[in-house]
Design a protein around this ligand. Structure first.
Ligand SMILES: Cc1ncc(C[n+]2csc(CCOP(=O)(O)OP(=O)(O)O)c2C)c(N)n1
Length: 373
């Protein structure tokens, strides 16, 4: 028997990696992907990257001060998220995990909403349909199924738009993600699967998830896959734009693997020094998505010191907005728990709401009787 085994574990980027910017900020050409933006658009991407990193840093600090229960940092993944987020058209719809703060930014979700979720005072607080950005999903991989179902609905409605489904490398081991791939392929759903391969699923390294590069998983389900440098915002934008066009034109799903690195802890409850070497982080710091893009802008005279100073000032204003706004977030009204369970209400939920309201008022009376009110 002649057996061909591809045992490449998929842990090194390889020649298939789509790149338009080297880690030194040199613009390079790619035979299949190109990008040409106006100077203002080039500067806009830098602004996004810096402000998104600031949102993240400020949230980590707020968690350390006891203002948030937990936070999942996106440090290192800014380019993947801004590139993908800015590739979306107004009618496209995104399904995030719990780490897509950069995509939320691109969909005009106020970062205070994200803080509310991690503070435990709301479920996200934004209207998904207003931003075409679904609520965060903590259950690993589940949102890929929601995304495919939504895409199938859009297909039937003839909306002409596409869905962008986010997930991590660890999620590719979930049944849900593989079921989503299969349904999307079989029904030719207009969905772009965007996997941020940040090399770690909490403490599990990529080599525990797959023997083959993740982008190649798509071929087994009958659709194309592409691997992009996830720390190169221009490549992520170019590849995602083209993938969304491909899906909108009725060609079916496509998988993008954005090869990147989670530079921070999994969440503020995690200590990565217990399972990975500092030298690995140091190597990835040299590929920092913001530093490389800043070098590109300077080398090509696309931005001057006034521009960088203005972005820094804006970053300070945003940080103040987050600090002040977070502490001022109101506690939720207990009965709001029963809102939005069903689109048009349900007798069982109404009954539960009435029971809980009775319980709350009984509790208040008992407290008053004990003279503690
Ligand atoms: C169904 C399910 N199983 C386990 C968990 C616990 N869990 C939370 S994050 C995580 C790792 C996810 O890794 P990955 O998909 O690579 O995404 P990343 O966190 O690196 O962005 C796990 C196992 C969960 N939230 N949901």
């Amino acid at each position: 028997m002649h057996v061909i085994v591809d045992s490449s574990p998929g842990t090194s980027p390889g020649p298939e990696l789509v790149q338009l910017l080297t880690p030194e900020g040199e613009r390079v050409e790619h035979p299949e992907y190109s990008i040409e933006l106006s100077p203002q658009e080039y500067r806009g991407l830098y602004r996004d990257l810096v402000l998104v990193r600031r949102v993240d840093a400020e949230a980590v600090a707020l968690q350390r001060q006891g203002e948030l229960g937990i936070w999942a940092s996106l440090l290192g993944q800014e380019a993947a998220q801004v590139g993908a987020g800015r590739a979306m058209g107004p009618n496209d719809y995104a399904f995030p995990t719990y780490r897509e703060h950069g995509v939320a930014w691109c969909r005009d979700v106020d970062p205070l909403n994200l803080l509310g979720l991690f503070r435990g005072v709301n479920h996200g607080g934004w209207d998904p349909n207003e931003h075409n950005f679904h609520l965060y999903t903590i259950v690993i991989g589940a949102q890929t199924l929601h995304a495919v179902g939504y895409a199938m609905g859009m297909q039937r409605d003839g909306s002409g738009a596409a869905v962008l489904a986010f997930f991590g490398d660890g999620a590719t081991s979930q049944g849900d993600v593989n079921e989503a791939f299969n349904f999307a392929g079989v029904y030719n759903a207009p969905v772009v699967f965007f996997c941020q391969n940040n090399q770690w699923a909490i403490s599990e390294p990529l080599e525990r998830q797959t023997r083959a590069p993740l982008y190649r998983r798509a071929s087994g389900f009958g659709f194309p896959g592409v691997r992009v440098d996830g720390n190169d915002v221009l490549a992520c934008l170019a590849v995602t734009r083209e993938a969304l066009d491909y899906a909108r034109e009725g060609n079916g799903p496509i998988l993008i693997e954005a090869f990147t690195y989670r530079m921070g802890a999994h969440t503020t409850s995690d200590d990565p020094s217990r399972y990975r070497l500092q030298s690995e982080l140091e190597a990835w710091k040299l590929k920092d998505p913001i530093e490389r893009y800043k070098r590109f802008l300077i080398k090509n005279s696309l931005a001057d010191s006034d521009f960088f100073a203005e972005v820094d000032a804006e970053s300070e204003r945003l940080a103040r907005h987050m600090r002040d706004g977070c502490r001022a977030l109101p506690d939720p009204e207990p009965l709001s728990l029963f809102d939005h369970v069903y689109a048009e209400g349900h007798p069982l939920v109404d009954e539960e709401r009435a029971q809980f309201a009775a319980y709350l008022s009984a509790d208040v009376d008992a407290t008053a009787e004990r003279g503690e009110g």
